[in-house]
Write a protein that binds this ligand. Sequence first.
Ligand code: MG
Length: 252
Amino acid sequence: MSAEASGAGIRVRYGAATDIGRVRETNEDSFVSAYPVFVVADGMGGHDAGEVASAIAVEEFARLEGRSGLVAGDLEEALAEAGRRIHALGEDSPHSAGTTVALVAATAGDKGGSWAVMNLGDSRVYRLSDEVFEQVSIDHSVVQELVDRGEITSAEARVHPYRNMITRALGAGPDSRPDHWLLPAREGDRLLLCSDGLSGEVEDPRIEQELRDGVDPQEICDRLVRLALDAGGRDNVTVMVLEATEVTDPAG
Ligand code: MG
């Protein structure tokens, strides 16, 4: 059953599912639904470092639960605090920990309900709005750079030997600058957040089909996790789906 929450410009019905997959020994993905904030984080690092890093990220964003006037600065602040805590882990351990962050927040701006999207790494945010399906976030990854330069196609990227190498992360590596988007929300919008355990196993057209045809956000999450496992489940897989059931009108 999906849950529902409102207060910040958009009433949201949402669901989430995660699975360790068929190969990995631990689930290093974390997620949180803390309306108005929804986050998927995919941790990396030896031993339990990845698990801890992704858990820290969602914990810092969960502190924003119940906030109605969220701005990008609040998200940046939570990200910076999580980054500090993850760096501190590295001081007692040789294993450098890091995590991706894919985030969607419901916001009530002057122009009505909007979706704030933030991304760092190769977890993804997709949107189905007004019948148009698109990937909102742009992966910070080696293969994305090769695709941008026209050296490989996105189909080749999915099976490329460097497909797991990311170029930005929180904690690990020098670059932890996120990208931001602010998108007007429409009633009926569906947003999907996922770790690469979904996008690496299930092709976009199938993700789109499930997002279009599914009735309930929780059922869509459960189905997509099942599809990723059926396709091999080589990584931890996490999926969240949000649906805008009501959007506040623009003031004036
Ligand atoms: Mg992963």
